[in-house]
Design a protein around this ligand. Sequence first.
Ligand code: XUL
Ligand code: CO
Length: 446
Amino acid sequence: MDDSFFSQTDSIRYEGPESDSPLAFRWYQADRIVGDRTMAEHLRFGVCYWHSFAWDGFDIFGAGTLDRPWHPNNAPTMAPMAAARMKMDAAFEFFSKLGAPFFSFHDVDIAPAGATFAESCRNLDEMVEYAAKKMAETGVRLLWGTTNAFSHPRFMSGAATNPDPELFRYAAAQVAHCMQKTHELGGANYVLWGGREGYETLLNTDMRREREHLGRFMNMVVEHKYAIGFEGTLLIEPKPMEPTKHQYDFDVSTVHAFLQEFGLDQEIKVNIEVNHATLSGHDFHHEVAAAVAADIFGSVDANAGDDRLGWDLDLFPMSVEQMSLGLLEILRGGGFTTGGLLFDCKLRRQSTSRDDLFIAHIGGMDTLAKALLVAQSILDDGELDRRRRQRYAGWSEPRGREILDGTVTLGEIHDELISREHDPVPESGRQELLERLVARHIDQVR
Ligand code: XUL
Ligand code: CO
């Protein structure tokens, strides 16, 4: 008798849109061809370690509620390394039963902190060895590794932007070690989310200096990548606020300007999180389009917020329409290369049944698989892109081209308009028609 943590659940299979099983896929069919690749190749799903395995459900109002026997709060007498291995066994059982090809972790998610930095590093080394074994057994790969330089009290005033250089050094050392471990596990990317890189009040903050320090930090990270021969992509994850009042990596365009200012725009791309996009006042698809337009699109943390709560709720994505619009921009941009769709999502505190974690991920994967079909169907149909191209047709004509070529001046344009009165007729943007077009693909896709 299998007594593993998820022994009540079998491997999740595709049963098709008519299935009424909560533990089956209705849309995600890994080997189904969509456009030029399989669904699995397009979507590159990943499960995050932190919310699903390292968090016991605590929030600012109360203690953990989730069944996580390896969590230090639930296992006060268990040796920390044994608990970490138990957690990893459960995690890999989950990844492979779900059929997710990737996972992601922070250093502190997989290995307990030691009494010293050196001991923390040794713990991480040991757990990375264990992970390598699990990855080889299951075929699950690493989408990205990252460093947590925001939870420990030492980082209360930031890491790279901390006023104390000793904290900059501590975070730098942690990134150096974690990137090396990500490299050893063949990670496709390395992520830097600026946890507490921001400020609480300008009264004590020198913003010019802190941004310069962050620029120096990121340049050191790039230098280290080449020094160790890591071939994955470096990604910054924008977020506008929370935990700090103002985060420096506010949104994609802010990060792009930062990368250009510090000479990093060829080296670092972005990891866009859906609910970070909405917290910054943008739609998810806006952030993807902004990244594609700036050639810095990398990866996605697929989740959702709540319309009425301005927090980072990390809900599982369940809106096909929202995800279809995002995937449309991703496909228009050529799809993922090293990136993928990571479920940076957490269960609700009341979701305490053992299969809730499966149902949540299955829901997210089905939502995104259906959204992929919708996005591909819109592209195959071609009408949306044809109408979009048509709006700009005048720029291929001589009167548009001479502006872009730089062969006409503002003064010449002025003089010409005075001599030849011409008042262009505005054309409909056809927004409602286009929204109906998207709705038709959502209704009709199979
Ligand atoms: C925080 C967040 C992080 C990053 C990794 O809002 O999204 O989990 O994805 O540090
Ligand atoms: Co995230």
